[in-house]
Ligand binder design. Structure first.
Ligand code: SF4
Length: 72
């Protein structure tokens, strides 16, 4: 799966870090970094994190890989 965080929106509330710490990290107080292509096993965590973000800064790709075509 793919995720994109709108870092202009992100206010560093860290809800996503709390819910999916393998995917989202806060460096210092405000600099969010994240894994843009997390394993599908993390989907539930990431969906929870996206739902919990107070400013809805996390966008999920719901296409389940079809975007990548048949690439091996
Ligand atoms: S929950 Fe939203 S606002 Fe908070 S750190 Fe994550 S992306 Fe940023």
């Amino acid at each position: 799966m793919r995720i994109v965080v709108d870092l202009n929106r992100c206010q560093g509330y860290a809800q996503c870090v709390y819910l999916a710490h393998e995917v989202f990290r806060l460096n210092g107080q405000e600099a969010l970094t994240y894994e843009p292509n997390p394993d599908d096993e993390r989907r539930l965590q990431v969906e929870r994190a996206a739902a919990a973000c107070p400013v809805q800064a996390i966008a999920l790709d719901r296409v389940d890989g079809t975007e990548r075509g048949e690439a091996s």
